[in-house]
Unconditional design. Sequence first.
Length: 337
Amino acid sequence: MAGLTEDQKRRISRKKTGKRALDRLQQRKAGTLGTAISKPNAPSIPTTNTNTNPPSLIVTNAEHRSIPELPRVELTREQKERITKNRERALQIQKEKLKSFRDATDRTGPVAVVTEQDRKRFKPEYNPPLIQKKDYIEYDFSTMKDSRGGFLDETEKNGLKGAEEEPQSLQEWKEKQKQDLAVKELAPPLDIANAPRCFECESLEIDANLHTNFHVRVCRRCMKEKPEKYALLTKTECREDYLLTEPELKDTGLLRRVEKPNPHGFLRMQLFLRLQVEEYAWKKWGSAEGLDAEWERREQARLDRRDKRYQAKMKEMRKKNPCGGIHTETPERPSVG
């Protein structure tokens, strides 16, 4: 250390021992670091530092870096009590969570025994069928029938329902109808004197259809000659011409009927005997004149309803056009009777 002054040697020794750092800390706390730096007689160490800041700026930065001691905050009694209560409540919640966790993971309790009766009681009503897969499928060739892949087979003459719908000619159909009619014909009477006879001509050849279904003894010749008495009426004709209601036509105790296939629809049509329908209508309306009067009354009511609707429409049109630009005449009503 040749060439060093005593002051430089003393500073180097203090750096090595750490005394200089301790002194600087004590001076910073006491606020005397800037005074020590600003002394005019203090020796300076020649350095190559390029900092040209004045000494006053260095003192200000040192004072700015000093950390003052903060005052201690005293809590009030209410704040301390609130903190104590919050701590106790948090501890209680933590204890409850730990207890519930221990109860959930505890398996030392009694185990419920499921008996066979309990299994049957809780057994579902419907069990889905098990999927059974087989390696092969057995076919009974004795019961199988070739469907021709869905195409019609021209070699077979039978219809869709078998031999019952086998196609037949017109002559064959007429022969079959004659056979059916012969079967439906009444057997000849054993006692001719007491045999049933026709109401009109006293003939023994009465019609089996009218006698069986309507209990009317009449021969076919009289039935064709007098259609005003023995003709068959449809349900619509009975309702419109004789003013009979639907419940009356459905009552089999009042009027007998015969059902046949309807060529105009899918429902079967009902046929009534004109003689029986007129007899019930005269009883209901009093006579033929009473039936005509009732028909005229209903026709008049229908015309009145039509006129009322017409007047209501005209009134509505006049409301929509208040200028009066509509001039119409009442339609001429047809005469009734």
